[in-house]
Design a protein around this ligand. Structure first.
Ligand code: FHN
Length: 465
């Protein structure tokens, strides 16, 4: 009896130990619940500013007096500039007009809710002081200022989440990094054997630099990995583990090479319909990411507003890029266009921030009657761009990009309608019932020719059919 009693006490003590250890252990960042919690701010934010900035802003699309076609930040690759030559750009890096506060202020004026900046792009040059490689803004340039430190401080001051783009695979500066075949030969043999000391590069530069980003710059909202060449599951997992250990709340984008927290679509690729998973589209304001002096074909505020609402109505986030010039100034035309959208968002933001996807879908387009497939092999959808729907509990936001037909017949739903009004001025919109359908009489000319939001308040949280 006494033995049984002792055994019971020992078992209870062990149980208490285990449960107190469990209470103290940090929550497992790999659970679906932890992922969902990490994504809460992202789901709310919807619209972010991408910044591609680096040495490539100096040549700005031209090498030795010749235009070098392609993306501005790819100039080293496109014109096969040897490392030793490209490195010399560091001597010219002196962006005296760089002002982190002004950038964050611009993002805020634009209505953007997070910022992601290139901490190191494919050219291998780091915009932050790094012990892992001296090829960085502090150690290799006359400017010496840590761009990311200043931006992180400004973001903290303005309450703006900040994330870092990091090119984990391609590094054209390093013999072991992927992508530089003009100085260091091909990455892989024709039978796909690795030809470089890629492991050495990952362990000696990329992984330590990601650690530096997660330990020296306060809370990091996300790390935006890109072009996962030779990124095996095991290698990608090493990066994921660094993040989950150092900052378990930091999001991983969709281009690490193993499951991130959300899907990153192709550049400028907006899906044709609602997507279930969390997703984000990285997009340009002209046709390049890094600054090119010859690219002035800017998206208009109307185009940007349409894309933003279109993306939100399909359940995604819009990460829209600017490429600052080498003096630190974001091209004025891009700033102006973004600020115009920001003014629209000031009165219409309810239809965007934290808004859910459309419950309908017919407004987005129709599959080609010929059964044609697009470049990705998906059914080709002929888009309709007149209006989009986003949602909040009990509310449907109809955003019109063209003056709607009058009367405008609402899509079918069982819910009773409580109230209909224009979001920008609160003015009531007349609603009638005809043949069992709700019909709106929206005033003409339309209130805001760029985009007018009409709110339909319904009985119940969600649309019912
Ligand atoms: O090669 C990069 C490119 O320079 C740019 O950074 C974009 C942004 O999504 N990502 C890669 C191409 O998809």
């Amino acid at each position: 009896m006494k033995r049984l009693h002792t055994a019971l006490i020992t078992a209870l003590a062990a149980l208490a130990l285990v449960s107190s250890a469990a209470a103290q252990a940090p929550p497992d960042p790999y659970t679906p619940e932890a992922r969902e919690a990490r994504l809460a701010w992202f789901k709310q934010a919807k619209y972010g500013l991408f910044i591609h900035w680096g040495l490539y802003a100096i040549p700005a699309g031209e090498w030795k007096g010749k235009r070098c076609l392609g993306l501005g930040e790819w100039i080293m690759n496109r014109c096969k500039v040897p490392v030793k030559e490209y490195e010399l750009l560091t001597r010219q890096w002196n962006p005296t007009k760089f002002n982190a506060d002004a950038w964050v202020q611009m993002a805020q004026d634009a209505g953007m809710k997070y910022i992601v900046i290139t901490s190191k792009h494919h050219d291998g040059f780091a915009l932050f002081g790094s012990k892992a490689s001296r090829y960085n803004v502090v150690d290799a340039t006359p400017f010496k200022r840590d761009i990311l430190k200043e931006l992180a401080a400004a973001c903290q001051k303005h309450g703006m989440p900040l994330g870092f783009y990091y090119s984990q695979s391609q590094d054209w500066h390093e013999p072991g990094g992927a992508g530089n075949d003009w100085d260091f030969g091909p990455d892989e043999s024709p039978d796909r054997k690795e030809m470089k000391d890629y492991e050495g590069y990952l362990r000696g530069k990329a992984e330590p630099q990601v650690r530096e980003l997660l330990t020296g710059y306060g809370p990091v909202a996300l790390i935006w990995f890109d072009t996962p060449r030779m990124m095996t599951k095991e290698r990608a997992q090493r990066f994921a583990d660094i993040l989950r250990t150092l900052q378990p709340k930091t999001l991983i984008d969709g281009r690490l090479g193993a499951a991130g927290d959300y899907v990153s679509t192709g550049d400028n690729v907006i899906p044709s319909g609602v997507q279930k998973n969390y997703w984000e589209v990285p997009a340009t304001t002209n046709h390049t990411w890094g600054y090119r002096k010859d690219d002035t074909d800017w998206k208009s505020p109307g185009e940007i507003a349409f894309k933003l609402v279109d993306i939100v109505s399909k359940g995604g986030n819009y990460l829209l890029n600017v490429g600052p010039m080498s003096d630190g100034i974001i091209p004025q035309a891009a700033q102006d266009n973004l600020r115009s959208v920001g003014r629209w968002l000031k009165v219409n933001g309810e239809a965007v921030y934290g808004a859910g996807a459309s419950p309908f879908g017919e407004e987005m387009g129709e599959p080609s009657a010929k059964g044609t497939k697009d470049l990705r092999g998906q059914a080709l959808v002929l888009p309709h761009n007149e209006w989009r729907v986003t949602t909040q509990p009990g509310k449907l936001y109809f955003t019109f990009f063209q003056e709607p037909r009058a009367p405008f017949v609402l899509p079918e739903m069982k819910n009773a309608i409580k109230r209909v009004y224009q979001l920008a001025d609160g003015k009531a919109v007349e609603v009638k019932e005809e043949n069992g359908r709700h019909v709106l009489n929206i005033e003409r000319p339309i209130l805001d020719p760029m985009a007018t939001v009409v709110v339909v308040e319904i009985e119940g949280d969600k649309v019912e059919w």
